[in-house]
Write a protein that binds this ligand. Sequence first.
Ligand code: AMP
Ligand code: MG
Length: 390
Amino acid sequence: MISVKDARALLFKLVSPLPSETVSLADSAGRCLAADVVATRDQPPFAASSMDGYAVKAAEVELHAMFKVVGEAAAGRRFQGTVGPGQAVRIFTGAPVPDGADFVVIQEDTDRRGDLLTIADEPGEKTNIRPAGADFKSGTKICAPKQLRPEDVALMAAMNIAEVPVARKPVVALISTGDELVMPGEIPGPDQIIASNTFGLKALLEKTGAHVRVLPIARDTQSSLETAFGLAEGADLVVTIGGASVGDYDLVSDVSSNLGMDRAFYKIRMRPGKPLMAGRLGQSAMVGLPGNPVSAMVCGYLFLVPMIRRMLGIQEVLQPFRTAKLAADISQNGPREHYMRAVLDYEGIRACDDQDSSLLSVLAQANALLVRPPDDPARSAGDEVQYLPI
Ligand code: AMP
Ligand code: MG
């Protein structure tokens, strides 16, 4: 058995960053930027009014000053002339500030009769003008690698970047194994249950940036598993769920070995999720997850998410553990690293009462995995502990 840290190091060696492809800006959210992109324009491209009001000369601005309104500047339609002494141009938010003007008196501070404009309230110091390039200048870069958030998409749009270079999505094939499993929506027999963690993992890995293929459930026979592995061909990562332990029907190890899996390790000194195997199988990396729903999901967070991040070219593949204060005492840990389902709120972090690795209802209530090192002594409320947000 190896530690979580060593297992992660070995898992990262099984995958490498994928080549890039180009997607349209509209499809780029959540993708990982594969090359720097550069603005080819300033934003705003001209000095622009930030308010509705009147563009005038700053030197002429004072309470009760009077101006003649000589034209209008709207967003998308500039005033063609120049603002002269004693003149004002009606201006709206986003419009280019006309030549000759360097101050916008906001509408609320003025009184207008026909073409005659009076500053009726103290206008203050603020010019209400956004200088050209105030947001970004031509040449401003968004640097790769970076997982693109909605905010980045908006910024790239403003930069007029319509085509975005991104890392190809890692393709993950998910194989559920077990005679007891049916797909959600099917009618289970009396001894059957629904394949659940399969769909939790699909959601988790897609959120991380992968493309996930859920394969038909493999039954607990050699031939059914072989068929499933055949269907998984071409995936960057093949993940089996269940059948990885030492029971009579746990065939993943044997079948993958027969197919030529080059195994990196088998068991991890952790709870939940001890029986986890990994290696290379043909052109794919392969990870055999334990079947218990919570174990599979926790291993997904700890091992699969970083593997996907590595394939996406993200440099910080490991999301760092955070610290929080315990809201309630916890007892001593055993010899295996423990990832306890826990709830973090304003009072601190609290381990859930029942840590059985089959309880999805407990996992669904949790928003953190409380990390307990091997043989960690009992800890009291107020002590600092580490956790991984989920
Ligand atoms: P196994 O590792 O195949 O012995 O499975 C351990 C436990 O996890 C058993 O109770 C299985 O029924 C359950 N299990 C295995 N795969 C899944 C799955 N995809 N969804 C829900 N439960 C599963
Ligand atoms: Mg099984």
